[in-house]
Design a protein around this ligand. Structure first.
Ligand code: DQA
Length: 145
């Protein structure tokens, strides 16, 4: 069993980027903890961070038939990308959309998501803990418990 974690543009800067909004943890630290969380249930966590829409789409395509569940923080592409929406629909893998910040309490342009209506669910505003909750739900779904 395998979960794919996808992180979009600028999330490589976590820990340094607007820490008052996104927290002090680095992406490497976050991913390490999440990988342990999945591994403890014998599920492999695969991770891709990219600043490129094309690379994220390629990672989604590669997941077809290989991955049971996707957890994605599409970052700014949330609000712009019909292409990522279509990729996720195309591979037909259930996914949870995660945002560290509460996008609804921020600028108007962050209120619109091209993914939310086709996601299993959306977690936002719970800080980096949102990733852990999403992986927990993915594990429950995959392992059917
Ligand atoms: C984000 C919210 C987006 O609006 C923003 O562009 C990001 C991060 C979040 O995790 O809160 O880069 O997805």
């Amino acid at each position: 069993n395998r979960i794919l974690l996808l992180n979009g543009p600028n999330l490589n800067l976590l820990g340094k980027r607007e820490p008052e909004i996104y927290g002090a943890d680095t992406l490497a630290q976050i991913v390490e903890t999440l990988a342990e969380q999945a591994q403890s249930r014998n599920v492999e966590l695969q991770h891709v961070q990219s600043n490129s829409e094309a690379e994220l789409i390629a990672a989604i395509h590669s997941a077809m038939g290989e991955v049971d569940f996707i957890v994605i923080n599409p970052a700014a592409f949330t609000h712009t990308s019909v292409a990522i929406r279509d990729a996720l629909l195309g591979v037909n893998i259930p996914f949870i959309e995660v945002h560290i910040s509460n996008v609804h309490a921020r600028e108007e342009f962050r209120h619109k998501s091209y993914l939310s209506d086709v996601a299993v669910g959306v977690i936002c505003g719970l800080g980096v803990d949102g990733y852990r909750y999403a992986i927990d739900k993915a594990l429950h779904t995959i392992l059917k418990n």
